[in-house]
Design a protein around this ligand. Sequence first.
Ligand SMILES: [Zn+2]
Length: 390
Amino acid sequence: MASSSSSSPNLLTLILDITPSTWGQRKIIRSAKDKALAAKNKSSAGPATLMDDVLTAILALGVSFSCLNRDNALVVIAATEYEAAVIYPRKGGEGCMEDVVMGGSSGACGERVDAGLLNDYLRLGVAELINRAAERSEKLNAEQGNDKEKSQSSSTPNKGAVIASALSIALCTVNRFMVAHHAGVSALADTSYSSQRKDDEGILALMGGKSGSSKQQQQQAQNEARGMLSSRALIIQASQDRTSDYNALMNCAFAANKSDIVIDGCFIPSGVQEDPKSSPFMEQIVDQTKGVYLSVPSGAAQVGGALSEVLMSVFLPPPNIRSNMNLPKLNNVDFRARCFETGESIDVAQICNQCLSIFKVKPKDRCLTCGAKVKKRSSSTGGSKRLKVS
Ligand SMILES: [Zn+2]
């Protein structure tokens, strides 16, 4: 079983938070810290920078991942605070998505991940997205000058990368791969194939059931028996959670769980006291999909190639061999819902009866997520209800 599991192809969709404001701030902190340390003849102690440390680590992870199996496929999606886009494989570039999906039909070597192209497209894609984000924020700043009050109130909940959009793209990509590999059958239709199960798969399922392994492991064993691609997503986040994305993220997690897609999470903190040290949203979705979560220690673990080591030792092993490894465990997940406005954990909340958004304090005029009008509390049928959330 071990040899078959190590040889089955994998699809890794990597989601990278490249929010310019977050990484710009890191770069400033880093250069100030580095100067102070260099005066004492000490080497750098973080935080990681996007272009040097993080992209190098991702390249190392991507190339190592492709070395595990020549049929392994990699998709990289980058997200700023305004948009998310697939940066590898590159649309219109060499080695397009069709080649990756169908196994590099036009490639000379037949491998699905080209290290040279990965390096070029990753850097090019990140630079393009950052430029576009910078242009947009400049435009927004100019508009903000015009009507200060309006933009200040609307811009606060939308800090941070659009991880939910990126994760949706990732799941759609995974589905596309699955459809291509299952001869046109959607991955979503996959869980209900019991009626058309072949004989050997029936036995496999039976064996899996007897050994007491989880449904996920059984599914994976069946996938491997049929030579199917197993897929997972890895989110590398550095910004704070985007509170308005909570519902979308959770829906993605449920969808991923249903299709047996594992979501791993990696948070890179800045090391500054006021900044978040972890992502509560990511902890919840990783727990939901039984992935691995790691908040990278701040300091020397983020610089000089250490980040590559951390990422490779934690996130490189495929899910089916993780039970034999000593990987970080997610013990204290805070399952309390978060206020969509402030992002803080709450026990009792106001819930919008249109979109189910959760608020600590009842919005004054309109729901901040869907814009539904909040009715005045003249009767019991208000626009939002006060409920206990668990
Ligand atoms: Zn609403």
